[in-house]
Design a protein around this ligand. Structure first.
Ligand code: MG
Length: 197
């Protein structure tokens, strides 16, 4: 039985128009690297410059973010069913709170990179389970990136991958997710799956 859901934010619930490839180019980082981890490995001055670029671009994203189709309806329905809801994001607390407030998204628990270890570490899921008094197997992680699914699987949670328009090679073996949807516009399928677990 699913008693709680933990959602990724960017490109799952909201579209912030963040272009990570453009960010890496501006920072001088190689394509494909995970940005936060790459910044942590830079010399201090260089890391500071990159964090400023990241912060500026994330704030710009928060200011233009829009809810993705299905997100509001899904959250409202899950809330009516009495399920616990959390957001776990690699974004910062400031930017996340600005985005949620602007779009009127309310969930019980918001875990950002300022709270603890970030995805793909299982910490956000384990922490949410602890807060809710539920087992990891009783929650589902919903996200659009392999880190979301890796985080959920490492915690022992169920996982839902949103593929959007990604080509199949972007998600080898669908990352091992328990359910794959193209987007939250398909939320009735997600609700049916939640009810079946
Ligand atoms: Mg995402």
């Amino acid at each position: 039985m699913i008693r709680g859901l933990i959602f990724d934010l960017d490109n799952t619930l909201v579209d912030s128009g963040l272009d990570f490839d453009a960010m890496r180019r501006e920072m001088g980082l190689p394509a494909g690297l995970a940005i936060l981890e790459a910044i942590d490995r830079l010399p201090r001055a260089e890391a500071g410059r990159c964090r400023e670029i990241l912060h500026r671009r994330e704030l710009e994203g928060a200011a233009r973010a829009t809810l993705l189709p299905g997100a509001a309806e899904l959250l409202a329905d899950l809330r009516r069913r009495g399920l616990h809801l959390a957001i776990a994001t690699r974004n910062s607390k400031q930017v996340t709170e600005a985005t949620l407030e602007r779009l009127g998204i309310e969930v019980e628990l918001v875990l950002t990179r300022d709270c603890g270890p970030i995805k793909p570490d299982p910490w956000p899921v384990l922490h949410a389970c602890q807060c809710w008094g539920v087992q990891p197997g009783e929650v589902a992680v919903v996200g659009d990136y392999r880190f979301d699914i890796e985080c959920g699987r490492a915690a022992g949670a169920k996982t839902v991958l949103l593929t959007h328009d990604a080509s199949p090679h972007e998600h080898p073996n669908r990352e091992g997710a328990d359910l794959v949807l193209s987007s939250l516009a398909d939320y009735p399928r997600l609700l049916a799956w939640v009810a079946e677990q």
